[in-house]
Design a protein around this ligand. Sequence first.
Ligand code: SAH
Length: 481
Amino acid sequence: MTLFPLFADIKNRRVVVVGGGSVAERKINSLLAAGAQIIVGALTFTEDLLRLKGQGAIETITGRFEPAWLDGAWLIVAATNDTATNQHIARYAQQRQIFINVVDDTQLSSFHVPSIVDRSPLIVAISSSGTAPMLARRVRERLEAFLEHSLGPLAVLAEKYRPAIRRMRPNLRSRRELYDTLLDGPVAAAMRKQQGLLAEHKLIKVLEQAEAAPKGKVVLVGAGPGDPGLLTIKGLRALNQADVILYDRLVSQEILALARRDALQIAVGKSPGEDHDATQQRIHDLLLTHAKSGKYVVRLKGGDAFIFGRGGEELEFLSEHNIAYEVVPGITAALACAAYAGIPLTHREHAQSVRLITAHSSHHDDTHDWRSFAQGKQTLAFYMGRSQLPWLSRQLIEHGCPGETPFALIENGTRSNQRVLGGPLKDLAALANKYGFEAPSLLLVGDTVKLAENLHWFGARINARTNSHANAAVAEWVMAA
Ligand code: SAH
């Protein structure tokens, strides 16, 4: 962050504007809206500015800039069309440590004026830190369309009832729930129809209902594979309500950054030396402690909680202890990696079914039906397979899978560092070592994988079709994001 955003109270404070043209006029109008006491110095003034002076809304000084104009100013706006004058003013402002905005000159400015979406008293300010005003404007357009006009009157209503809300909802969690009703429920609906009185009436009604003792609950949220755009809206909402977030190692930082700022975030991945059961026990204890103390707990897992995520075990535990829960599905790695590698998991010609398989089971407790995996016309998706690749490919081939069956290994799927490796199944382990693929990686096997060579879209492909054996039926390729 190169600029610190702040909202300044300039009511009845002296702001000096140098320049009397239309650019100055625009700035003056927004400064006036915030109640500033404005002195405008210039050689000439627009008609509108003269009218404002006539109304006593601004003071004017006619003449060339003089440093004495800046006496007593809290802020300065330089809006002359003369660069030398602007530089001159900026220098004085700098010497006197008064914040200055030189219109359209980020170098000379010590404060920038953001693009705003005005739903007063709610104001959204957007800045590109002077790098791309066009971008800020685009974002503003989107927000204009997205933020309902009723937000302004809603904020006024919330302000009016704030003391009452504090008094009648002393518990933070139920207060937050009340604000949710205010913003999403019947109060907002009435305001949207511009029925302010009805909205107020509805708010009073909700407020008068007795405060229920907050009950803890756990929401099991699938965070998806990494790209924060793949989090569901419901998952995002849960993250914004959470008091406590217990997250796994696979959950990306970008997604955690979307959570409520004051939520307690606890990493609950397996610590070194700890076995899986101990980790799971620790998670269960944390879930129980926080939910029992009335907290809204989000259990955030990579991908989907019900696909190799031990989500089922956690729910069994919660159910045993009578803790309320909800489940928000996430996009599982197989779906996401396939999509971001351009591999349709089913295809009328190549695959009529998809299997999601854990490669975690070792040689000893292997209960997989390898023969059925080796049958064609399906796509196999192996999770947790990075360290098992030699065994996986050997098992498949021994049970009848042709060594030329194409595979794709997707490392860090959907993330900015995604890589995809392709080749024939028989070379799987060797190629993965050659290119240094690491976890998390998802393995796809089947004829649909071939389609990636044409259908890939995410990231650039490097050394496409690097072919170690000139006559190989399946090419070796790697693409990186
Ligand atoms: N519940 C998760 C899976 C957890 S098991 C889900 O639904 O996706 C962990 C395995 O998932 C990893 O070993 C890897 O095989 C796969 N995986 C998860 N995220 C991945 C990603 N971004 N890219 C590639 N594989 C991923």
